[in-house]
Design a protein around this ligand. Structure first.
Ligand code: A2P
Length: 317
């Protein structure tokens, strides 16, 4: 299994299990199955609404002797409604309590977007706080304090543009070690890849299979299918792989971590196996040449121009 070496020589496995959209009911079995298959990296978030069930699965896996805590890499994320400096540590403590862990391996700022405390998802501009009022640098200071206290071994960001990371790098004591972003053959982000390589920041690719199971509020019904793309199908057929395996392997071979989500035991195993099946340079080049179709998660749901949030200010593009 490919790994990334982070600060203090800690190793993050390149392949992790995504848990966004795994229902509380489904996720317990998915985690138990995944650990038995060999997954050691789990990607979680308070917003996914399933951390208590993941915590139960982790405790039961430890108690059954399936794995020990030290051999797992567990990531979680600070939700947008806890960006105020005073709210960061309580949010992380709640996640630790739900996951039944003493520490996280990685804690990420989920989005560069601040919501008012108590707002889970915005229904109007009134639910937002502007980044002038809650600067990311202040949220980051609280993240740094949490890592200094050992609540999370590493800290990073998610959905951050090159511009936002550059600003943070100029105003931090501890560098973000990871940026988790949407990354797949329809949205390859080569400039971000180059920038993060230069800055020694690991990229984790989310929605690597196209996240077709996401709720309609996050989805355009006419969006293109990654799993059925003719080039991906052709590469899958010639290599005797599934299209999901091609997409996962492509991400790892490009030097990123990747977190495909599944709650199905057969697909969990299939996805895990793809970590070790190399694609030829020719296949990698064919995928590199695919037409860019843009983001699946456009961030439109964070539109609040009155508070300074638009697609342009979110992605800095
Ligand atoms: P399921 O959980 O039933 O396996 P993403 O990781 O991009 O968010 O995509 C997750 C979606 O892809 C889910 O609908 C998941 O369904 C599905 N999926 C996961 N693994 C595979 C696979 N190997 N083949 C086809 N679909 C998959």
């Amino acid at each position: 299994m490919d790994k990334f070496i982070l600060r203090n020589d800690d190793e993050m496995p390149a392949l992790g299990l995504g848990t966004w959209k795994s229902t509380p009911k489904e996720v317990y079995d998915a985690i138990r199955d995944a650990i038995k298959i060999g997954y050691r990296h789990f990607d979680c978030a308070a917003f996914y609404g399933n951390e208590p069930e993941i915590g139960k699965a982790l405790i039961d896996a430890f108690d059954s002797g399936d794995v020990i805590r030290e051999d797992l890499w567990v990531t979680s994320k600070l939700w947008n409604n806890a960006h105020l400096k005073k709210d960061v540590r309580p949010a992380l403590e709640k996640t630790l309590n739900d996951l039944k862990l003493d520490y996280l391996d990685l804690y990420l700022i989920h989005w560069p977007v601040a919501l008012k405390p108590g707002v889970q998802f915005p229904s109007s501009a009134n639910d937002f706080l502007s980044l002038d009022d809650v600067p990311t640098s202040a949220t980051w200071k609280a993240m740094e304090a949490c890592t200094k206290e050992g609540l999370s071994k590493h800290i990073g960001v998610s959905n951050f543009s090159i511009k936002k990371i550059t600003e943070l790098l100029g105003n931090c004591e501890i560098k973000p070690e990871v940026n988790q972003i949407e990354l797949h053959p329809f949205h390859q982000q080569p400039a971000m890849l180059k920038f993060c390589n230069k800055e020694n920041i690991v990229i984790t690719a989310y929605s690597p299979l196209g996240s077709t199971d996401r709720p309609s509020q996050f989805k355009d019904p006419s969006e293109p299918s990654l799993l059925e793309n003719p080039t991906i199908v052709e590469i899958a057929n010639t290599n005797d792989l599934s299209t999901a395996q091609v997409l996962i392997r492509w991400a790892i071979q490009r030097g990123t971590a990747v977190i495909p989500k599944s709650v199905n035991p057969t697909r969990l195993k299939q996805n895990f196996d793809s970590a070790t099946i190399p694609l030829s340079d020719e296949d990698m080049e064919k995928i590199a040449r695919l037409e860019a179709k843009g983001r699946l998660l456009t961030g439109k749901f964070w539109d609040a121009p009155e508070l300074g949030y638009t697609a342009a200010t979110l992605w800095d593009e």
